[in-house]
Design a protein around this ligand. Structure first.
Ligand code: SF4
Length: 451
């Protein structure tokens, strides 16, 4: 049977790297609300039995050339202290707005949480506890970087209940990391991994990037081999995206030897396939296009939590919060000037300002269905029709008829009641995610002016 050429076919003819759908809607679809909303109202009708608590530390030692996360480099000590004091006030306001709440998952990210000094890290965990979080009873993840960890900080994190240590390595070759705007010594990276392992975190995640300037198949395999020798329980393999206002983004075009997106020369798909095969042959299984986990790896026990359904409370400037129908955050920027100015404003916020949401996006029933679908489909767990029906009272193919295009194109297959991506679908995750965005979200994203 001849298939009609659809929007999906058009997208499949383009780059496999059209957008990373790690959260939907993307934060570039956020806008100021016409009227700020009291947090007590935002959370009033939400289930609060199994929330995700996320704390964002918006500081790093340096800005990696590929990074577009919300972070300020080398902040003055007085700014970090003011940030921590504002965080304490935000925790108090959030606690009052939430009322009784239980947290099923915790994560501390950034930025680089371990950029904080030891007493500041201890204070951060005290604040999370004061909001009702019980890190010793639920899975807790913390991000870190090679140059900012030491045995004392790691011991503190372990004692505080952190069971997943996550560190970006990006490459085990110094020249390659440097060319990507991340000056690091491999000896220090390996020392940091050794300390993390000695501290006894049950789950260790190490990230690598493919598509780096100057990276070859050989150098990619070298980093993968070193990674596997170190034996992390999980690894994220990230395709490089060169984004506006990042170090590499500003340099892009100046370096004629390095062109991503050129179908003839873009190495990412080839490197992805190599990396995937390398890890599958060495005892890892694929959880998503980026995430691979050691087969048989036990995840830390904890209460049931579903990222498609349960809410998230974000703390700190740069963190996002999700209820079913509203996502909110502080404003977002990538450039140093924009980030500095947002953080400087945030630490001056009054208690009343910290007690309301003033920037974000609303999710109508259609957007809620799309979010559930995108987050389920791009994960190995797949899109479960029964869970979808229980949540929305309808079938996914009825709400999003385009889903029926996946199976005939070999990108996904129904296994009983679950629609799962095939390997061909996984490697096109960054096409399928954006393909499922609504027209309204695409329009908002296109109209966003990045600073
Ligand atoms: S990649 Fe990590 S360490 Fe580098 S600037 Fe971004 S948040 Fe900081």
């Amino acid at each position: 049977m001849k298939l009609l050429v659809t929007e999906l076919d058009r997208r499949l003819r383009g780059s496999p790297y059209q957008g990373y759908a790690y959260a939907y809607p993307h934060k570039t679809a956020y806008r100021p609300f016409a009227e700020p909303l009291p947090l007590s109202e935002v959370w009033r009708d939400e289930g609060r039995e199994a929330l995700f608590l996320y704390a964002h530390v918006p500081f790093c030692e340096f800005r990696c050339g590929f990074c577009n996360l919300f972070t300020q480099t080398n902040p003055q000590e007085s700014l970090v202290e003011r940030w921590l004091a504002t965080l304490a006030r935000q925790v108090e306001q959030t606690g009052q707005a939430l009322g009784p709440a239980s947290f099923a998952r915790l994560a501390v990210g950034g930025g680089t949480p371990t950029q904080l000094e030891l007493p500041q890290l201890a204070r951060l965990f005290e604040l999370l506890r004061s909001l009702g979080a019980r890190p010793e009873q639920v899975p807790v993840s913390c991000e870190m970087s090679p140059d900012t960890v030491d045995p004392d900080k790691l011991a503190l994190l372990r004692e505080a209940g952190v069971d997943r240590a996550s560190m970006g390595v990006q490459s085990f070759l110094e020249d390659e990391a440097r060319a990507a705007g991340r000056p690091q010594r491999t000896a220090r990276v390996e020392q940091a991994v050794e300390w993390i392992q000695a501290a006894g975190f049950p789950l260790v995640n190490l990230d690598l990037i493919y598509g780096l300037p100057g990276q070859t198949e050989e150098s990619w395999l070298f980093s993968l081999a070193r990674l596997v020798e170190l034996g992390p329980s999980e690894t994220f393999l990230y395709p490089l995206y060169v984004r506006p206002l990042t170090g590499l983004g500003k340099r892009d075009g100046a370096d004629q030897d390095y062109v991503l997106g050129d179908p003839e020369r873009d190495p990412r798909l080839r490197l992805y396939r190599l990396g995937r095969e390398f890890l599958l042959e060495r005892g890892y299984e694929q959880v998503s296009m980026r995430l691979f986990r050691q087969r048989g790896q036990d995840l830390p026990p904890g209460p049931a939590y579903s990222c498609q359904q349960d809410g998230m409370v974000g703390l700190g400037v740069g963190a996002r919060s999700y209820t079913r129908a509203l996502h909110y955050a502080s404003e977002y920027a990538v450039g140093a000037k924009g980030v500095r100015s947002i953080i400087a404003d945030w630490v001056e916020r009054s208690d009343a300002e910290l007690a309301r949401a003033d920037y974000g996006t609303r999710l109508d029933p259609e957007e809620q269905r799309r979010r559930f679908t995108i987050q389920s489909l791009l994960h190995s767990a797949g899109l479960d029709r029964v869970a979808y029906r229980a949540r929305f009272g309808s079938d996914p193919e009825q709400d999003l008829p385009e889903l029926t295009e996946l199976e005939p194109r070999g990108l996904a297959a129904w296994q009983g009641e679950v629609l799962r991506l095939t390997p061909a679908g996984f490697e096109r995750s960054d096409v399928l995610g954006p393909w499922l965005y609504s027209a309204a979200v695409n329009e908002q994203m296109a109209g966003y002016e990045l600073t």
